[in-house]
Design a protein around this ligand. Structure first.
Ligand code: C5P
Length: 478
């Protein structure tokens, strides 16, 4: 009887066999045994050789035979990781490990562009299951198919989410496996955008992002920092694998811990800067810590959060959509376009006035002459305008009142004047150390009365406020 060994096969056959075995999670010897068994039985396992395989079939191999699916241990969540085509794709390989470390089973889809950066073989090897690449791959259509890929997951993570993939998702395209699965799924979707800062800032990407947020897609990042392109920096770096893994894990918190699931919350935070000339501005003191903490707590409670932030020196919180603005008018526009929402929390220290006509050039000191007076005009009152809206008024509108005296009396008057539902009032006189500090002691002023909360960290104030918001929105008052 003739004896053949894998070593004797020619290189190209060996390579095909290696890829095919890897894609099925078998050793090469087992793969050969399976092919021979199928051939002897007259089934279709032994596929007739085709001319050069198409690129996206390189790893999938052309087997229409059932694909052995690894068992997902009981209690493990199943993540479908869609890897888009960007340099950040290399971080997605690490993400697979981070997800698996957290007891999540991972199955990967690579877009055609992703395969220019990483191979299905690498993704499949780390996931412990073949990676999928092709919408018209007979093997996957017969076995799992794109609809089953869409449904066989507890959540879908898109990382990196390129500008193109986001555009396809926003437009409902389905011309490749990744977009078809994203259109077919009814599972939660988290995207981790990654692209050049100019592409991220482009109006088209921001419109697509707004549409995706509206459709219930959650985002993580992008972060600010260095780009792969030499000398480029800005917002566009993919969130780190650990951040994405944590955000994914947070999706599966027990429902009791996610009382704001499916709720939309808009939060303003930080100061606004109102230009005097190109180098000077008017601003209020605000670190943005309290507003950012509220955004984080709301996201942790399952809400879809839009954080409209003035200029701050603290990191972007993960898991929320951040719209960065400078002036009160820009903040107002950003809040308007984030509506409708179930709740709006106005924690920003908005400048009450702006300079009527900011200098186009830096205003020069004139030796011996008094400075020119600055003519000021009033800024829009974002809180009062939104609270008095006849349409699209969020059912719960919350303002902040930073006072230095008569805190409660002023807060009660403000509740009335601004037309909001609650005011979170605090004493920010310099001796309290609250401004820019770690702790806060607040009073919650509502139509029902005044509650004085103990002095606690800004994170704790945020969590307590979010718990109250959840109680009010779900009718489940604690
Ligand atoms: O009037 P005062 O600045 O004290 O009110 C504070 C509350 O009003 C905060 O919630 C703040 O975010 C909001 N506000 C606003 N737009 C302004 C001024 C204040 O949203 N122009």
């Amino acid at each position: 009887m003739a004896s053949i060994t894998i070593r004797q096969l020619d290189e190209s056959l060996k390579q095909q066999l290696r890829l095919r075995a890897a894609s099925h999670g078998r050793s090469m010897e087992d793969e050969v045994r399976t092919i021979l068994r199928a051939a002897a039985a007259g089934t279709t396992e032994a596929t007739p050789a085709r001319a050069a395989p198409r690129r996206n079939e390189r790893a999938a191999a052309e087997s229409p035979a059932p694909i052995s699916k690894p068992m997902v241990p009981v209690g493990h969540k199943r993540i479908l990781l869609i890897i888009g085509g960007g340099i950040a794709a290399y971080k997605s390989l690490d993400l697979i490990r981070r997800l698996r470390e957290r007891h999540m089973a991972v199955r990967c889809i690579l877009t055609a562009a992703a395969q220019e950066f990483i191979t299905p073989l690498a993704a499949g090897a780390l996931a412990g299951e073949r990676a999928f690449t092709d919408l018209f791959d007979a093997a996957s259509e017969l076995d799992v198919g794109h609809i089953r890929l869409a449904r066989d997951a507890d959540a879908i993570v898109v990382a990196p989410a390129t500008a193109d993939l986001m555009a396809k998702m926003a437009g409902g395209h389905a011309n490749d496996l990744a977009s078809a699965v994203l259109l077919a799924t009814n599972r939660p979707i988290v995207i981790a955008p990654a692209m050049n800062p100019a592409m991220w800032a482009n109006g088209a990407t921001q419109r697509n992002l707004a549409q995706l947020m509206h459709d219930g897609v959650m985002t993580i990042g992008p972060n600010a920092g260095e780009m792969a392109e030499a000398g480029e920096a800005g917002v566009g770096r993919m969130a780190e694998p650990l951040e994405i893994a944590a955000a994914t894990e947070a999706l599966f918190g027990d429902q009791g811990e996610r009382p704001l699931a499916d709720k939309r919350i808009v939060v303003t935070s930080g100061p606004t800067h109102e230009p005097i000339d190109p180098v000077r501005y008017i601003a209020n003191r605000s670190s943005g810590r309290q507003g950012h903490a509220i955004a984080v707590a709301a996201a942790a409670a399952g809400a879809r959060v839009v954080l409209v932030s003035g200029p701050v020196n603290i990191p972007d919180p993960p898991g929320v959509r951040i719209v960065k603005v400078e002036s009160a008018r820009a903040m107002f526009e950003a809040v308007e376009s984030a509506l409708p929402a179930d709740c709006a929390v106005f924690a920003a220290a908005v400048a009450d006035w702006r300079v009527a006509t900011p200098g186009r050039e830096k205003i020069k000191k004139q030796k011996g002459k008094a400075p020119l007076p600055l003519a000021l005009v009033e800024n829009p009152d974002i809180l009062a305008t939104i609270a008095h809206r006849k349409t699209k008024r969020p059912p719960l509108v919350i303002g902040f009142a930073a006072e230095t005296e008569n805190v409660i009396a002023n807060a009660k008057a403000k509740l009335e004047r601004k037309g909001c539902d609650w005011i979170v009032a605090n004493n920010v006189s310099p001796e309290t150390g609250i401004m820019g500090g770690e702790t806060n002691s607040v009073h919650l002023v509502t139509a029902e009365g005044v509650e004085t909360w103990p002095s606690q960290s800004k994170d704790e104030v945020a969590r307590a406020l979010v718990a109250r918001i959840a109680g009010a929105l779900t009718g489940d008052q604690a």
